[in-house]
Design a protein. Structure first.
Length: 342
């Protein structure tokens, strides 16, 4: 689908007068919202570009940046000296688009000329943006562990940073994110509206069906406004009948115990994901994997459910496959495959 840039109500020259005829060309129903940080960044970039723009172009760019509905037209501009000709061409295209929308003698333009004008405006907007290009380096990619293969040349191997701490890699990723945000700036309002609509369709406060196992009912729930699950259990009543397909905790079931509150565990992390959460057969310990960087490389943790303290003095890192723990009353944890309860 062809994208066109929305030229929102702005008046004609110079830069635009509040009393001049206004364009309603492709005005989106949802205004584009930009964070204050992004706004300050845009103002700084425009100030640095003033030297390579004519006074009228600089004033026009400032007017566009000042209006949240047109700010996307100048969002993500590179520094002065980079794509200066494209910046001037965009300002000329903005003026042409306003003229096409207003039409002769202040009449309202429209039809194919308006569509064509906006298509050209979007092309001019995107032409200003400079996508980040990773540096080509003489580096080698390490072979998979245990493969016995030799390292192979890979000019982009330096971009691999499993620890997410390499300043050069983080800088490049930030540049890629900024470029993506700039390209999609004209759709920011639509994205926000879609996210809001989808959230309204999701039942935030929810609870799973209970699983009866080893004397407990295990289940998880989600709470409104929280991002992660809370895994819980209740002890099966001593006089409970044999399990059935409709088995649920009865009046005599024990009180609820929180086995793992992922919301509490996720505090302080930008990313948090668990895997393989399993309670030992005797119900005393919990084993689960944690990924806090998004690389699907987990840290294995084991917790004493009675005390809430972690059993392992040093959690086992870089675990690709989570092995659940079988724990005997008198033995230390031993790794083995076991069915998850959450």
């Amino acid at each position: 689908m062809e994208r066109t840039s929305a030229l929102l109500p702005i008046a004609a020259a110079p830069p635009f007068s509040s009393t001049s005829p206004r364009s309603t060309l492709l005005t989106p129903s949802t205004p584009v919202r930009v964070s204050s940080l992004a706004t300050r960044s845009t103002r700084r970039v425009l100030a640095s570009n003033a030297a390579v723009l004519s006074p009228s172009d600089a004033a026009l760019a400032a007017a566009l940046a000042a209006d949240p509905r047109t700010r996307h037209l100048v969002a993500g501009w590179p520094r002065a000296g980079v794509r200066d000709a494209q910046k001037r061409a965009l300002m000329a295209r903005v003026r042409a688009a306003v003229g096409a929308a207003v039409g002769p003698a202040g009449s309202s333009g429209g039809g194919s000329s308006s569509t064509s004008s906006n298509t050209a405006l979007e092309a001019a907007r995107l032409a200003v943006l400079a996508p980040p290009v990773p540096e080509v380096r003489d580096t080698l990619a390490a072979p998979p562990p245990g493969s016995g293969a030799a390292p192979r040349p890979d000019p982009y191997a330096w971009l691999r940073d499993d620890a997410r701490k390499d300043a050069r890699v983080l800088e490049h990723l930030a540049a890629e994110n900024a470029y993506t945000e700039a390209v999609m700036a004209d759709a920011a309002g639509v994205v926000e509206a879609l996210v809001s609509e989808m959230r309204e369709a999701i039942k935030e406060a929810d609870e799973s069906a209970p699983l009866r196992k080893n004397g407990f009912f295990y289940y998880w729930r989600t709470e409104e406004g929280q991002q992660y699950r809370v895994s819980c259990r209740r002890r099966v009543a001593a006089d409970a009948p044999p399990p059935t397909e409709l088995d649920v905790p009865g009046p005599g079931a024990g009180r609820e115990e929180v086995v793992l509150d992922e919301n509490a565990e996720a505090e302080g992390h930008d990313f948090y994901m668990t895997s393989g959460a399993t309670v030992s057969p005797d119900g005393t310990q919990l084993a689960w994997g944690v990924d806090t960087v998004g690389g699907e490389s987990y840290t294995l943790r084991v917790r004493n459910l009675a005390t809430g303290e972690d059993v392992l003095a040093r959690p086992i890192k870089k675990v690709r496959e989570i092995f659940c723990l079988g724990v005997a009353q008198e033995k230390q944890p031993s790794a083995r495959n076991h069915e998850e309860v959450f």
